[in-house]
Design a binder for this molecule. Structure first.
Ligand code: 5GP
Length: 184
């Protein structure tokens, strides 16, 4: 399963819900060169790598996909490691990758197994802005950048198998649950 979402769409809440409802799902822990945030655990939230370590893994062909993702003013590398994906699939489990649109297109192109893709968005850009302001973790400039990114991302939503509009969290939880039930 590939999940992409616009900023503030509630993907973390929905993903945590899925892991609770379907205990056999495996979460794909991505590698990244971005700094570890407070509360994040190395190996659980991400594998935090130096740019050199990331490059080494690219050279080793260790990534199923990797991309440069822009956060604020800086570009960081993010990638899905091949090994945990293969391990989960060979043991008959399904894996959830929470990745950006570039990663989705790369997986669609390069991965030969079954891929179910889900795009999560807020009801509107206005509501996205309200949510990000309320969350209070970003500066106004960052929020505006995220809104610009969201505008671009929305252009690709129809390439996904499913689109969830997260207006009411309880309804969105049921919708994503249903998608997983149908495709597991
Ligand atoms: P954050 O730094 O806020 O955790 O994530 C920033 C962005 O990176 C999100 O859009 C997230 O979906 C994307 N991302 C996280 N892991 C990966 C990955 O392994 N591959 C790709 N292509 N994007 C990722």
């Amino acid at each position: 399963f590939v999940i992409s979402a616009t900023s503030g769409a509630g993907k973390t809440t929905l993903s945590n819900h899925l892991l609770k409802v379907f205990p056999n799902l495996v979460w794909s822990v991505s590698a990244t060169t971005r700094p570890q945030r407070k509360g994040e655990i190395d190996g659980k939230d991400y594998y935090f790598l130096t740019p050199q370590e990331f490059e080494k893994r690219i050279a080793q062909n260790a990534f199923l996909e990797y991309a440069t993702v822009y956060g604020g003013s800086s570009a960081k590398s993010y990638g899905t490691l091949r090994k945990p994906v293969e391990m989960a699939i060979s043991s008959g489990k399904s894996l959830v990758c929470e990745i950006d649109i570039q990663g989705f297109y790369l997986i669609k192109k390069n991965y030969t197994g079954k891929v179910v893709s889900i795009f999560i968005k807020a009801p509107s850009l206005e509501i996205t802005k309200e949510r990000l302001l309320k969350r209070g973790t970003n500066t106004l400039q960052e929020i505006n950048e995220r809104l610009e990114t969201a505008k671009e991302e929305l252009k690709h939503q129809n390439d996904y198998d499913y689109v969830i509009v997260n207006d009411n969290l309880e309804i969105a939880k049921k919708e994503i649950e249903e998608i997983f039930r149908k495709n597991l």
